[in-house]
Write a protein that binds this ligand. Structure first.
Ligand code: AMP
Ligand code: ZN
Length: 113
């Protein structure tokens, strides 16, 4: 099992986990780009957003609900925040296990890429 996020999910490598349910694990990014930087990850290994099947598509909605809940917990829901999903090499995806970045706690730039 070489996938780093699968190893985090199974507890084989340590991480700062902030949320877990049956389908999703969320943990703090090891190289935070903002005061709040959390990765929201399905427990099922799905390589990328581009690999989502119709059957798995509801996981994106579940991940969004977790992002909103964590934004509330982190005290940034009123100020605003950003969720980002990178898919594939030119999308800037470095870890090939679907994940949503939750970023906030500072004014984010208007740049998208
Ligand atoms: P992406 O470029 O969208 O694939 O994002 C991958 C993210 O995973 C980056 O922001 C990394 O800092 C983060 N990351 C990589 N390894 C770990 C780890 N072991 N624990 C927490 N975050 C990690
Ligand atoms: Zn994985």
């Amino acid at each position: 099992m070489s996938c780093v996020f699968c190893q985090i999910i199974s507890g084989k490598i340590p991480s700062d986990i902030v949320y877990q349910d049956e389908e999703i694990t969320a943990f703090r990014d090891i190289e935070p780009q903002a005061p709040v930087h959390i990765l929201i990850v399905p427990k099922k290994h799905i390589g990328a957003l581009g690999d989502i099947s119709h059957e798995d598509a509801t996981i994106i909605g579940e991940m969004t609900l977790v992002a909103n809940k964590l934004a509330e917990q982190e005290g940034i829901s009123q100020r605003g925040y950003r969720v980002v999903v990178n898919s594939g090499p030119e999308g800037g995806q470095a870890v090939s296990h679907l994940h949503m970045h939750l970023l906030g706690g500072r004014q984010l730039s208007g740049q998208l890429g």
